[in-house]
Design a protein around this ligand. Structure first.
Ligand code: ADP
Length: 265
């Protein structure tokens, strides 16, 4: 709390009191800290792959080039790291556009069925490769929602790819959509994966927050997927929540308000 005191005097300079202003700067300080953390995180996240790329290139020019098998492996690593940097930069640009409200959100009244089904289809191969069973159940006669389909694809890609990433062989992933009592539509993605410890759940939607940084990086993660999903759901007037039991599984669900033509006009 920031405190300022201003003395009050009569015309003849006789003091008659003091005005004390107590200003709650918690929010301001929190924002400042978040901004500084964000810059530090971005620099770190970009430097890590860059260091790897540099050291592998060095090894190649120091002789690894002469050994074709080694050279191929080293080149693959540099390529993977370069791809990760480019994913990170894409995610950052996307977030900053969302923050600055620069993304043109093109909402349409539509049902979510096809979008969900195609998102599930996009991940059927990666899931199958891990022997993870992925299914999609959509309640009949879902009301229409008012959404930007491209942005919604992005939410689903982020959430389903997490489910695939953090679920091991023989696990299951269930995508489900149903209507809530207030008419909104709830979509949930449930997995039987590694789960998230209770202590991390509160912060999991923060940018770059990860339970296990090394594991997330190994899986190609940027640590931004959940925060992007949250921003997009919120610009649609919905809410996102995560429930998880460590070592048992995770459910991420989000709501989308029903399409109400009179609200738009
Ligand atoms: P990342 O790119 O690291 O996956 P996200 O923002 O998408 O970043 O997720 C943040 C962190 O939340 C992940 O690093 C992981 O620790 C945890 N997480 C997200 N989804 C799941 C899930 N389905 N199962 C277990 N952990 C998850």
């Amino acid at each position: 709390i920031k405190t300022t005191f201003t003395p009050i005097t009569r015309q003849d300079q006789e003091p008659i009191g003091i005005v004390a202003v107590l200003e709650d700067v918690t929010e301001q300080e929190k924002l400042d800290r978040q901004r500084k953390d964000f810059v530090a995180n971005v620099s770190h996240e970009l430097r890590t792959p860059l260091t790897t790329i540099k050291s592998y290139l060095e090894a190649l020019s120091d002789g690894a080039m002469e050994e074709p098998e080694l050279a191929t492996r080293f080149l693959q690593v540099t390529q993977q790291e370069a791809e990760r940097m480019s994913r990170l930069i894409n995610d950052l640009l996307h977030l900053s556009r969302l923050d600055a409200q620069k993304i043109k959100i093109q909402k349409k009244a539509m049902r979510i069925d096809n979008i969900l089904q195609s998102a599930a289809d996009r991940f059927s191969l990666p899931a199958e490769q891990k022997q993870v069973h992925l299914s999609c159940t959509i309640e009949e006669k879902l009301p229409q929602v008012y959404i930007d389909p491209d942005l919604m694809d992005r939410v689903l890609d982020n959430l389903i790819s997490n489910a695939v990433k953090y679920t091991s062989t023989e696990g299951t992933i269930t995508i489900h959509a149903h209507r809530l009592l207030d008419g909104s539509v709830e979509v949930s993605i449930r997995d039987t994966g590694i789960g998230i410890p209770k202590k991390d759940l509160d912060r999991i939607f923060e940018r770059f927050y990860r339970v296990d940084k090394a594991r997330s990086r190994d899986m190609g993660g940027t640590g931004l997927g959940l925060s992007i999903a949250k921003e997009i759901v919120e610009v649609h007037g919905g809410e996102i929540a995560i429930h998880s039991t460590y070592k048992k599984g995770t459910t991420v669900s989000f709501t989308l308000p029903p399409f109400e033509p009179e609200v738009i006009r």
